[in-house]
Design a protein around this ligand. Structure first.
Ligand code: PLP
Length: 411
């Protein structure tokens, strides 16, 4: 007779747990830990948004909404996407409100991918892209990016990876975990490849508002790309609403209808309380959102300065709230560095390998932590890096020692 574990679908059984969660769980068991681990704003959702939700409950808004989500919210999303990103979508059929970008991503992959279809995924990659692709029956094709290129994917790499099975290109800029952004010219080159090979682009733009220099350009805005792109957006990061679980997808009606088919049988609709709060966020919460983004930008500089002082090379993050410094010269692997930093200094970061093999030699530090916590964590990290480097130096035989060893003993 098979064990209970053996009855689990082998696709799920063989799936590794998220590398982020592992460190989060370890840190949660310790006291005095400063976490730069989880990608979560330290801000509480702005009061006006919480208040709108409380008021909606007082009014008795506790029911299901339509599968696509509240019409008023879809209207507001359509207006917002147009104003902020020059993206035009019909709220009747081209926008689907979901339980976070997480659900939107899962729906998009399941709606598009047939067994054996290949999904091209720049790496280091957000932890859920590969597992969700596999669960959808697809074949993930990682496209490694390098610090030397600021972790930007380029059109040549995409072109090279395309096969007759390629169906989807999954883009995520600003990027988690590297903070990379893609300039418009590179997006145009990539768009040309997508069109030439008839790829559909899933563009996870959850960090779009957290772009620190210049404006965020969605690939969907480029000529000929709107209908072959599904844009994913949400409220978790920009509005500090991770726990509300609200996101949305915008795209061609055929894709959104297909996603809604799965959504209606699995989720039914996103919670009405979260939808009411999101409506307030878009109508009246943009000022608070911009203030938070300003704070992240300040923290970004603080973190980059600290890495410069530690002499840890780090590609300038143009967006999101992550820095991804290289730690190879400490002589430690990403896992060793992260584990020792946690146990010796009580600072939690995520090893780069949690985001794929090309993350080896890097750690991800989230700077969505308070300034005082950041300052303390960076101080502890500075001491740790110094100590590790000194030890590494001391354990290396000095040239003089080697010479002495080479001289035969006399007497
Ligand atoms: N996409 C990216 C790139 C993320 O970093 C995250 C969360 O960290 C998500 C999606 C999930 O977002 P949500 O909270 O809207 O499900």
């Amino acid at each position: 007779m098979s064990t209970w574990g053996e009855r689990v679908n082998p696709v799920v059984r063989d799936m590794p747990p998220s590398g982020i969660r592992k460190f989060f769980d370890l840190a949660a068991e310790m006291t005095g830990v400063i976490s730069l681990g989880v990608g979560e704003p330290d801000f509480v959702t702005p009061w006006r948004i919480r208040e709108a939700c409380i008021y909606s409950l007082e009014k008795g808004y506790t029911m299901y909404t339509s599968n696509q989500g509240l019409k008023e919210l879809r209207d507001e999303i359509a207006r917002y996407l147009n104003q902020a990103f020059q993206l035009r979508y019909d709220p009747h059929g081209e926008i689907l409100i979901t339980v976070g970008v997480s659900e939107a991503l899962d729906l998009a992959l399941r709606a598009l991918v047939a067994p054996g279809d290949e999904v091209l995924i720049p790496e280091p990659t957000y932890v859920s892209y590969i597992p969700c692709t596999v669960l959808a029956g697809g074949v993930p094709v990682p496209l490694p990016t390098r610090m030397e290129d600021n972790f930007r994917i380029n059109a040549g790499q995409v072109e090279k990876a395309v096969t007759p099975q390629s169906k989807v290109l999954l883009l995520a800029y600003p990027n988690n975990p590297t903070g990379a952004v893609l300039p418009r010219t590179e997006l145009e080159n990539i768009a040309a490849v997508a069109k030439a090979h008839d790829l559909v682009v899933i563009s996870d733009e959850i960090y779009a508002q957290l772009t620190y220099e210049g404006e965020h350009v969605s690939i969907a805005r480029l000529p000929g790309m709107r209908d072959r792109t599904i844009v994913l957006q949400g409220f978790s990061k920009a509005f500090a609403m991770t726990g509300w679980r609200l996101g949305y997808a915008a795209g061609n009606k055929a894709f959104i209808d297909a996603m809604n088919k799965i959504h209606q049988y699995t989720m039914l609709c996103a919670p009405i309380t979260a939808q009411t709060a999101a409506l307030e966020a878009l109508k009246n919460g943009l000022k608070e959102m911009r203030q938070m983004v300003g704070q992240y930008n300040h923290r970004r500089r603080l973190v980059m300065n600290a890495f410069r002082e530690m002499d840890l090379p780090c590609s300038e993050p143009g967006g999101a709230f992550y820095a991804f410094p290289r730690i190879t010269d400490t002589g430690l692997s990403s896992e060793e560095f992260s584990e020792r930093l946690l146990f010796e200094e009580k600072v939690a970061v995520v090893p780069g390998t949690a985001f794929g093999p090309s993350g080896e030699g890097f750690i991800r530090c989230s700077y969505a932590a308070s300034v005082s916590n950041l300052v303390e964590a960076l101080k502890r990290m500075t001491g740790f890096v110094k100590r590790v480097r000194l030890k590494k130096k001391a354990s290396r035989p000095l040239p003089a020692d080697r010479d002495r060893e080479a001289v035969p003993h006399k007497g």
